[in-house]
Design a protein around this ligand. Structure first.
Ligand code: SAH
Length: 559
């Protein structure tokens, strides 16, 4: 196996137990010695040494800027969802340019179930599984989802292994408690009970499991109560950590279907792996069976795979004019490359580990701005990240979106395009002007004013535009609108035709300034119209009837 070059940062929450710290260190060492991951460090967010900041400092000191940060927790609860990402965010501030992919919690995973079964078999020492009830004891959390994970593991541990039963319980914060689970198993008829701690390493809480189990056993001499070993530092756990590392770089880290019978061989379900699900019949379902397609649920909507670039349009102005699809892809991104006019307010809602690159500030090397942006997109995609290129309005309306698609294609990087809401149509609408209206205008032409009439590179047929009767929307024309108006009048457009300038459409500071074709240039200067603004020209402007807008969530674009 070739070593995986992106280093692994294993993050523990820390314990007051010296053996627990030693087991953590032994696991880090075991993974390091294997050499499959190029560089490995471990650190704790509290209580134990080394602290996380030392571990990150060591990796940065060896020249690493990109890492995989893996929370060494069994289930996603407060530590994995909150404390560890917060500690990592502080490290990111300490080390500018640091990027990391955040790995998934270890469980549920079949490897863990195998380890638990082995620990239980060891303490059963030849006694049969069928006559044994298992109490699987998790940490317990105020997060019901984390507690439900323990219930799920209990079920999966039972599945196909022949124990009399597996009942979940908790040592802290959640019910049922250890004595309550043991009592439940006793009433169900169990005479032999194995208490299996669902814990990685030694600590205060696992010690408490032993103490409470012993106390219960002392009160019930008719029962045979044994406590299995912890998961501990072992090869199977190291395998799992390596899998989470690889997955954080290349796989999908937000799915939780390692325990799905269609993906891994579960005892008794091995024939399902890799097969499409067969339609099945629910006896209580009046509609009879229902068909399932392959396992589509393994792809989150609408799918942005590592190594792909999504060109995502937003809306003009307020952040929430983005499409539902655009928003979903943004949430799936590892890297977001933004523009000045993009809905940048959405960026504050991204997971802390998402890398945000401001395209306006991309350092320019030998190449011009767009080339540098293209290179950035390609480089992150090639590193196996999910890349979103976030733009204002529609990426294909004066947005250079297709240049980025072409550059990615040339580099062999797949792209996904999500259309946006273009200011060309939306800015007039937000100011109360329909760009078409039955009986008034049956055509609308969207024109860039970036190059004025007469410019050698201009591709616009200005005289034809002057002869047309419908709507004209000018973008990027604040500096050129006077020249454009003059040419249109020169070629026959009515000098008195109404024009509306719409600045900062959709934003709290939106301005809509009515004028005439022969006056719009002077008005623009006099009123200090500034980009971003559109000019809409034509008979539809006379229909203007501003509609109320919902309170916008947007922010003023930077100037
Ligand atoms: N792809 C974008 C346009 C990019 S060109 C889209 O489809 O909207 C930039 C021009 O868009 C600006 O010069 C301005 O003419 C227009 N624009 C963008 N946001 C705007 C806004 N909130 N209000 C008015 N015009 C806007």
């Amino acid at each position: 196996m070739t070593p995986d070059r992106t280093p692994l940062l294993i993050v523990g929450h820390g314990t007051r137990s010296a053996p627990g710290v030693a087991q953590f260190a032994a696991l880090v060492d075991r993974i390091r010695r294997r050499g499959v991951v190029d560089d490995v460090e471990g650190g704790f967010i509290e209580l134990s040494r080394p602290p996380l900041t030392d571990a990150v400092g060591a990796l940065v000191g060896r020249g690493h800027r990109n890492l995989v940060a893996l929370p060494l927790v069994l289930a996603a609860a407060g530590h994995g969802k909150g404390d560890i990402p917060a500690a990592l965010a502080r490290e990111k501030q300490r080390h500018p340019g640091l990027w990391y992919a955040y790995g998934r919690p270890l469980g549920p995973h079949p490897l863990l179930h195998e380890i638990l079964a082995a620990r239980i078999d060891a303490v059963l020492d030849g006694d049969d599984r069928a006559g044994t009830g298992i109490a699987l004891i998790g940490r317990g959390s105020t997060d019901p989802d984390a507690n439900a994970e323990v219930a799920k593991v209990a079920r999966l541990l039972w599945e196909g292994r022949g124990y009399a039963g597996v009942e979940p319980g908790f040592i802290s914060l959640a019910e049922p408690s250890v004595p309550a689970v043991l009592e439940r198993l006793r009433r169900l008829g169990a005479r032999r009970i194995v208490v299996a701690p669902y814990f990685l390493f030694a600590g205060v809480l696992p010690d408490r499991i032993v103490a409470q189990s012993d106390a219960y056993a002392a009160d019930h001499p008719e029962l045979d109560v044994r406590v299995a070993d912890l998961i501990g530092d072992c090869d199977a756990l190291a395998d799992l950590v390596q899998e989470r590392h690889a997955e954080a770089l290349r796989g999908d880290i937000r799915m939780n279907c390692d325990t799905c019978a269609y993906r891994v061989a579960l005892p008794g379900f091995a024939d399902k792996v890799g097969r499409p699900q067969t339609p099945h019949h629910h006896p209580d379902d009046p509609a009879g069976g229902h068909g399932h397609h392959h396992h589509d649920h393994h792809h989150h909507y609408p799918g942005l795979r590592p190594g792909q670039v999504a060109i995502v349009g937003g809306g003009p102005g307020p952040d929430d004019l983005i499409t539902v699809r655009g928003r979903a892809l943004l949430d799936a991104a590892d890297v977001v490359v933004t523009d000045r006019l993009a809905p940048t307010g959405l960026l504050s809602g991204l997971r802390p580990e998402v890398l945000v690159v401001d395209a306006a500030k991309v350092p320019r090397g030998p190449s011009v701005g767009q080339d540098t942006i293209n290179d950035t997109l390609v480089a992150h995609a090639r590193a196996g990240r999910r890349v979103v290129r976030l733009k204002g309005g529609d990426p294909y309306v004066f947005g250079r979106g297709h240049e980025e698609v072409q550059a990615c294609a040339a580099a062999g990087v797949e792209t996904v395009l999500v259309p946006g809401v273009s200011s060309a149509l939306a800015a007039p609408a937000l100011a109360g002007v329909p760009v078409t209206h039955r009986g008034v205008a049956h055509d609308v032409t969207v024109v860039s004013g970036h190059l004025p009439p007469g410019h050698p590179d201009s591709l616009v047929d200005w005289p034809a535009l002057a002869r047309a009767r419908g709507t004209v929307v000018l973008l990027m024309a604040v500096d050129t609108v006077a020249k454009i108006a003059a040419v249109l009048i020169e070629h026959g457009r009515d000098p008195g035709a109404p024009v509306l300038a719409v600045q900062d459409a959709g934003l709290p500071g939106q301005r809509a300034l009515p004028s005439r074709l022969d006056e719009v240039g002077a008005l623009t200067v006099r009123e200090g119209v500034r980009p971003p603004a559109v000019f809409v020209l034509g008979p539809v402007v006379a229909l203007r009837a501003p509609a109320r807008q919902p309170a916008a969530r947007g922010q003023q674009p930077p100037r």
